[in-house]
Unconditional design. Structure first.
Length: 57
């Protein structure tokens, strides 16, 4: 996994957590859902890259 890809995935997870937290704090369901979706997408990208790297070896 390249450093750039890893960094992008991690930042997406962090942004999702922040957005989800703001959604919870303000009671905004849309922000909460978007944050959760961003967090999940970042985690999926990380998992996909790890699996790809494992099969390359």
């Amino acid at each position: 996994m390249s450093l750039g890809t890893k960094f992008k995935s991690k930042t997406q997870v962090v942004k999702g957590r922040i957005k989800e937290g703001f959604g919870r704090a303000t009671g905004n369901q849309r922000l909460k859902r978007e944050g959760r979706a961003g967090r999940v997408m970042g985690n999926l990208k990380q998992s996909g890259e790890k699996a790809k790297a494992a099969f390359k070896r």
